[in-house]
Each structure stands twice: as structure tokens, then as C-alpha cells.
Design a protein around this ligand. Structure first.
Ligand SMILES: Nc1ncnc2c1ncn2[C@@H]1O[C@H](COP(=O)(O)OP(=O)(O)OP(=O)(O)O)[C@@H](O)[C@H]1O
Ligand code: SF4
Ligand SMILES: [Mg+2]
Length: 335
């Protein structure tokens, strides 16, 4: 991991992590050499198009990778200790109690035949070894924490709105008192008003519980509201990383610029998300050099052949031949 990002105060360190999936005899590298650190109470947004490796990164950190996945390099450390992320049994004591995940559309996964309160109390009993009465009391407390009156816990899932069900999922994610919550598109299925309420709730929980948050989204505008830092992923790699203020004011990577440009902006009459031209790359047969070069409006000769490393810039990092201080001569020679 690059020097300044390695930090004793880090809660979580992801160091050179690569994950491959085996499918029909083929191997697909879904994330490649991903490194970053997360401090207690910090919120990082993980942004990128579909297939860029956001969920794989989250699942690897939480030790929830699917059976056909393999960690091919790197490691994840929690409070300085290496996590056994590729060992299902060894990961059991860590899962949900250190890092928990609120999945996309998870609110539809609630069991329709059980009351909400029972579904929240269950992990408290199983994971924390609480008595039935203690677990119910904890479930009531968790409901209040996420803004649902405790007595509503006697409702069945179908009696609650989508926003309320997502609050229940957040309550369940908090059951074992994790220090990190990963939200994988937690607001995607909700309308904008409810989406704003859920983001506000995550923000309140962050300051109340000193929770660190990794918020996964396609939508940079969500990150602007809810995060301190943003990491942009493309084809399984982090291509840019910086504070929200830096990234929005001075994006360096051409892909980040296009992402920002695609955000609807009522101020200048841009009402629709403008899609980025071209298709995301095929990860089984990824492009040579910079994976973004076939779509990049700023590509230069070197981009098709040479891979840009992720270099530090101020408080952030960027992987682009146009922004490599040590490569200025090379870029000039190929331009
Ligand atoms: N279980 C799996 N088996 C094989 N390939 C997988 C599996 N899960 C994900 N992939 C592939 O790994 C790559 C990264 O997928 P991932 O789900 O991490 O992306 P994502 O950024 O979360 O995308 P989305 O925004 O669509 O959720 C994609 O090419 C995807 O098809
Ligand atoms: S390295 Fe080249 S192709 Fe890749 S983003 Fe930078 S300019 Fe574009
Ligand atoms: Mg995903």
C-alpha cells in the first residue's frame, strides 16, 4: 500500500487485493490490486459503472465472496490484523460483528411470514448469544435507532413501506455492533425523497455510533451528499481517489470527468443522466494498456500499450498517463 495511505489510525486496510471468479472454465479478474484505508467514522463512496467490481470489493472485505471466487493476491486488515477472508469458517466470528453489509434490494429479502421484531432479534440471539427477552429489547432499541417506533416491530414486512423495510435492514446490519457498514446501492430501489431520508439516517448513525461507511453507488451525486472521500472504479481497479471536494472541483481522470458530466444538473438545464459513450470492457479479455483507452476522449499513444499505475497526488491518487509526474517526459514523447 502507498505510504501516506497506510495509517495507524485506520480501521480497515485493503492492501493489493485481487479477486478472480471461475466460470465455465474461464477466469475473470473482477478486482485487481485494490488498495485503500478506511478510518473510524469515515465515509467513502465507491463509484463506477456496472461490472466495475464494487460489489466484489465489498464482499471480499466482509468475507462473503461466492464459492467460485478466489482471492488471488493481497489482504484485508481490520484494526491491523489480517482477516481470513477466503476461509468461510475462520471468517465466521468476524462476519457481521466487524463489518456488515446492507445489500441492494435487501428489503425485499425479509421473511414475509415473520414479524419484523423477530427478524431483528434473531441475529442478536445467534451472534451475541442474548436471551430471548434481551434480544427483543435490543431489537426494540435498534428499531428506535433507525427511526421506527419500537411497536411497529410487530408488523409483518408487507405492512411497511420500502423505505421502512430498508430501515429495518439497516437495523439488522447494526445488530452485532459493527464498526463498518457497507451499503451496496442501499437506496437504488427507493424514490428520491425516501433515498434522501435513508442517506440522512446513515449520516446520523455515522456520527452517533462513530460508524465507518462504504457507500457503493452508480450515482456520484449520492456520494457528494453522504461521503468524505470517493474512490472511482473502472474494470476492477481504482482509477481515482480523493476527497469529495477535490474530486468534484478538480477531477483528474477522464473517466471521473465523464461521470461528473453525466450527473443531471437543473442549474444548466441538464435533466437526464448522460450515459458515457461505449461499453464497459470485457474482463475476460481486458484491453491492453489503460483499460479505459477504447472509450477515452483524451487517450494518447502510450495509453493503448502501457498500463498507468495509481500514483499519489496531494491527498488523492490517480491512474492516468496524463497525470504522472514521473512520466511527463514519456507522455510528451508519445503525445
Ligand atoms: N459470482 C460470480 N461469478 C462470476 N463472475 C462474477 C460473479 N460475481 C460478479 N462477477 C463478475 O465480476 C465483475 C465485477 O462484478 P461486481 O458485481 O463486483 O460489479 P459491480 O461494480 O458491483 O456491478 P453492479 O453495479 O452491476 O452491481 C463483473 O464482470 C461480473 O460479471
Ligand atoms: S491513461 Fe490514457 S486512456 Fe487512460 S484515462 Fe488516462 S488519458 Fe485516458
Ligand atoms: Mg454491485
Amino acid at each position: 500500500m502507498t505510504g501516506s495511505l497506510q495509517d495507524k489510525a485506520s480501521l480497515l486496510e485493503v492492501d493489493g487485493l485481487s479477486v478472480e471468479y471461475r466460470l465455465n472454465g474461464l477466469s475473470l479478474r473482477a478486482i485487481d490490486d485494490v488498495s485503500f484505508a478506511l478510518r473510524a467514522g469515515e465515509a467513502i463512496g465507491l463509484v463506477g459503472e456496472s461490472g466495475s467490481g464494487k460489489t466484489t470489493t465489498a464482499m471480499a472485505i466482509a468475507g462473503l465472496l461466492s464459492p467460485n471466487a478466489r482471492v488471488s493476491s493481497g489482504e484485508v486488515r481490520y484494526r491491523g490484523e489480517r482477516l481470513p477472508i477466503d476461509d468461510d469458517a475462520a471468517m465466521r466470528p468476524h462476519r457481521w460483528s466487524e463489518t456488515s453489509v446492507v445489500f441492494q434490494g435487501a428489503m425485499n429479502a425479509l421473511n414475509p411470514v415473520h414479524r419484523i421484531i423477530k427478524q431483528i432479534a434473531e441475529p442478536c440471539r445467534l451472534k451475541l448469544g442474548m436471551s430471548r427477552g434481551g434480544a427483543t429489547a435490543r431489537a426494540r432499541e435498534l428499531l428506535e435507532l433507525v427511526g421506527i417506533p419500537a411497536d411497529r416491530g410487530f408488523a409483518y414486512p408487507h405492512e411497511l413501506s420500502g423505505g421502512m423495510r430498508q430501515r429495518v435492514m439497516i437495523a439488522m446490519a447494526l445488530a452485532c455492533r459493527p464498526s463498518i457498514v457497507i451499503g451496496d446501492e442501499p437506496t437504488t430501489a427507493l424514490d428520491v425523497i425516501i433515498q434522501a431520508q435513508i442517506l440522512k439516517l446513515l449520516g446520523e448513525l455515522r456520527s452517533q455510533l462513530n460508524l465507518a461507511v462504504i457507500l457503493i453507488t452508480h450515482d456520484l451525486s449520492v456520494v457528494a451528499e453522504a461521503c468524505d472521500r470517493v474512490m472511482i472504479m473502472y474494470a476492477g481497479r481504482i482509477v481515482e481517489d480523493g476527497t469529495v471536494a477535490e474530486i468534484f472541483a478538480q477531477p483528474k481522470h477522464p473517466y471521473t470527468k465523464l461521470l461528473i458530466d453525466s450527473i443531471p444538473n437543473p442549474a444548466n438545464g441538464k435533466k437526464m443522466i448522460r450515459p458515457i459513450p461505449g461499453d464497459p470492457p470485457n474482463l475476460v479479455n481486458r484491453p491492453s494498456g489503460c483499460a479505459f483507452h477504447p472509450r477515452c476522449p483524451s487517450a494518447i499513444g502510450i495509453c493503448a500499450t502501457e498500463f498507468p499505475s495509481l500514483d499519489e497526488f496531494g491527498q488523492g491518487r490517480v491512474a492516468c498517463h496524463l497525470h504522472r509526474s514521473s512520466q511527463e517526459d514519456k507522455v510528451a514523447a508519445h503525445a
